[in-house]
Design a protein around this ligand. Structure first.
Ligand code: HEC
Ligand code: HEC
Length: 312
């Protein structure tokens, strides 16, 4: 079953020459590790249990399950398009991807295995041979991170979404509605581009869209946890929007199921959340989007889906 899954992933990215059974490059080794539950305490959970290839390496469950059915409090984001990111996790607690990739291993509600224990396991089986052949050294935590990063760096969108084709001059690639949606997205009325800029639609900043009000349900302080600076209260890393149509649910807490709901939220946040604290000045007034404008924005967001996920 696992092998079938791997073949699926391999064909998904057109890397048909990869032999996962016998990795010969750091990226192939990282791929094997990403799909191997060996990195979890009870060998039931792999990175791919939560970062599911068919959903652009995100999870459609609101909160993913770690070892022993444990749940965290944040929705699993896509692990694609990480190459250009400046910080990692919703609160930016990892400054580099190398720093990020070992954290799920020892996170008690995710894989719950110390990195040292993971390394010992790898030293005691066929992985020792692979590490030696690829790195000329036995597995250690730095090389484990290096291999995982090398694999994640292969998960860049190839630039074949309807939007990319349209940008390249294929005027038929996006519907008229999606083209209007793009104009709205970029413009002063909807303001999306003020935060979701750059080729992956994130400027890698931390912003507060109004999902913190210190209530029992909206109590994640986000970036503030790291900086203890009150101006960071309720700020989260602006997520990239590539493949957003297939990574439901949305936001750090997975509170929205559909893109329609997300757009309704931005249009009038107070319809959803009372007493939001420290909300961004851009979102302090309703956007007053018409029904057609909302449809157009969603059509644009749907046009950001890479070709290999269209029809999923
Ligand atoms: C139990 C589910 C689970 C497992 C297992 C898991 N992750 Fe994650 N991953 C998450 C969640 C949830 C987040 C967001 C957490 C946060 O921001 O606080 C995340 C965040 C990330 C990010 C950062 C994305 C960003 O935009 O900043 C990357 C990269 C990532 N994981 C890679 C991995 C790798 C590599 C592994 C395996 C070693 C792994 N994950 C295992 C759930 C999981
Ligand atoms: C003030 C900055 C800001 C503006 C303006 C903004 N966003 Fe966001 N956006 C964010 C942040 C920050 C998040 C993550 C919030 C969270 O996880 O709690 C986010 C999350 C999202 C998500 C969910 C991403 C995911 O993976 O869960 C979508 C979709 C989205 N925004 C679309 C839009 C659209 C469409 C607009 C314009 C109508 C817009 N955004 C305007 C900052 C902004």
């Amino acid at each position: 079953m696992k092998y079938v899954y791997l073949l699926f992933v391999v064909s998904l990215f057109g890397l048909s020459t990869i032999s996962i059974e016998n990795p010969t490059t750091a990226a192939e080794l990282g791929e094997k590790l990403f799909f191997d539950p060996i990195l979890s305490l009870d060998t039931t959970i792999s990175c791919a249990s939560c970062h599911i290839p068919a959903f652009a390496f995100a999870d459609t469950n609101r909160f993913s399950l770690g070892v022993a059915g444990q749940q965290g409090s944040r929705n699993t984001p896509s692990s694609m398009n990480m190459m250009m990111r400046e910080r990692f996790f919703f609160d930016g607690r990892a400054a580099t991807l190398h720093e990020q990739v070992t954290q799920p291993i020892h996170n008690p509600v995710e894989m719950a295995l110390s990195v040292q224990a993971a390394v010992s396991r790898l030293r005691g089986n066929e992985y020792a041979t692979y590490f030696n052949a690829i790195y000329g050294a036995a597995p250690d935590s730095a090389l484990l991170a290096d291999a995982l990063v090398a694999y994640i760096f292969t998960l860049e969108s190839p630039g074949n979404s309807a939007f990319d084709k349209w940008m390249a001059g294929d005027t038929a690639a996006m519907s008229a509605s999606a083209v209007r949606g793009r104009t709205l997205f970029m413009g002063d009325k909807a303001k999306c581009f003020d935060c979701h800029f750059s080729p992956d639609f994130t400027g890698d900043e931390f912003r507060n869209i109004g999902l913190y009000n210190a209530s029992d349900t909206l109590n994640d302080v986000g970036r503030f946890e790291m900086t203890k600076d009150s101006s960071d209260l309720g700020k989260f890393k602006v997520p990239g929007l590539r493949n957003i149509a297939i990574t439901t649910p949305y936001m750090h807490n997975g509170m929205f199921q559909t893109l329609e709901e997300v757009v309704d939220y931005y249009d009038e946040p107070t319809d959803f959340v009372q007493g939001a604290m420290n909300i961004d000045t851009l979102l302090q007034k309703p956007l007053n989007l018409s029904a057609q404008e909302k449809i157009d924005l969603v059509a644009f967001l749907q046009a950001l889906t890479d070709e290999q996920f269209v029809g999923e």
